[in-house]
Design a protein around this ligand. Structure first.
Ligand code: PEP
Ligand code: MN
Length: 338
């Protein structure tokens, strides 16, 4: 941490900062320049609030040297993390597409969806049994019954399942039903109690970016999970709120190379919730892979126009097959397998 003092700072103010740092367990390195005095704080700075120092007389600014996140930082783990989900690797050389409906509706819908996922060549399936809906009057998901339908449909093809956890009270049930990847949705990215709970288990977690979250806030949320001991975290960019009305959310492609630099965790992209329209899914998916994403989370429904939730953005099974085929070329161009 670097503390920059005001131009007219007094010796007493400098010594007061030094004493404060000592009381916080840090050493001080005082450097008196011609115009400014700066104090370098040496030690574990993550536990120190910048405000504590900024409030002292004579202090103009306080700058952190280390990242606020530690375990998830690339600094602490150079190699890319590869998450193994029932023998399917996420974050390695192979691109993974997690596909399936927005929500679990009926057994036959899930059976057909699972067939479509396999036919397209995807190795993981998504589907929401508990749905975060803007309106309390919208379909809220089939709940535990949905987990059962999902499990049955996926088991026939040995597909690992990805589904959203909204409430810590359902965690035990998720584990009983053998959920392979727990999704933490955009609206819960900063539900810290939920993050702590999934941090205490070893089930892989897909952590979606909050609607208005900065990359730093997002990585701090990942750090919450990692701090509990669960390092099986996959980050999912799903578009952020913007002023644009022509599509649902603005897909932050720039986040991909930034995350790749900042963290060793795998990064996947959800073009469906970003676009909000099925016709936009293909170009966004291509851009995501070209920019270095490790995979995609895509909504697909056996009959999109009948979907109970997010019908506009769902691909039909044939469209998913087409998407995967088109993406093979992009994957190859960036040195990845499919
Ligand atoms: C979803 O993937 O089903 C979902 C609700 O996404 P998000 O949390 O990104 O809105
Ligand atoms: Mn959806």
């Amino acid at each position: 941490m670097i503390i920059i003092m005001h131009s007219h700072v007094t010796d007493d103010e400098i010594y007061a900062v030094e004493a404060k740092l000592k009381s916080l367990g840090l050493d001080a390195n005082i450097s008196r320049g011609v115009e400014r005095t700066i104090i370098g704080a040496i030690g574990e700075e993550r536990q120190v609030h910048k405000e504590t120092l900024r409030a002292l007389p004579g202090v103009e600014n306080v700058i952190r040297v280390v990242k606020p996140y530690k375990i998830v930082a690339r600094e602490s783990h150079q190699a890319d993390s590869v998450i193994n989900v029932k023998g399917v690797s996420i974050g390695g050389k192979t691109i993974q597409v997690i596909a399936g409906p927005c929500s679990v509706e009926t057994q036959s819908q899930m059976d057909l969806a699972a067939e479509g996922v396999v036919k397209a060549g995807c190795r993981l399936m998504r589907g929401g049994a508990f749905k975060p809906r803007t309106s309390p009057y919208s379909f809220q998901g089939k709940g535990v019954e949905g987990l059962e339908m999902f499990r049955q449909a996926a088991a026939k093809h040995n597909l690992p399942v990805v589904t959203e956890l909204m409430d810590v009270r359902h965690l035990e049930t998720f584990l009983e039903y053998g959920v392979d990847i727990i999704q933490i949705g955009a609206r819960n990215m900063q539900n810290f109690d939920l993050l702590k709970e999934v941090g205490n288990i070893h089930t892989p977690v897909v952590l979606k970016r909050g609607l208005c979250a900065t990359i730093s806030e997002w990585l701090m949320s990942a750090e919450y999970i990692a701090a509990g001991g669960n390092h099986n975290i996959i980050l999912c960019e799903r578009g952020v709120r913007s002023f644009e009305k022509a599509y649902r959310n603005m897909l932050d492609i720039t986040a991909i190379p930034v995350l790749k630099k900042e963290t060793h965790l795998p990064v996947i992209i959800d073009p469906s919730h970003a676009a909000g329209k099925s016709a936009l899914v293909m170009p966004l998916a291509k851009a995501a892979l070209a920019a270095g994403a490790d995979g995609l989370l895509v909504e697909m429904h056996p009959t999109p126009c009948d979907a109970w939730c997010d019908a506009d953005q769902a691909l039909a099974p044939d469209e998913l097959t087409l998407l995967v085929n088109e993406l093979r070329g992009i994957a190859q161009a960036v040195g990845r397998d499919f």
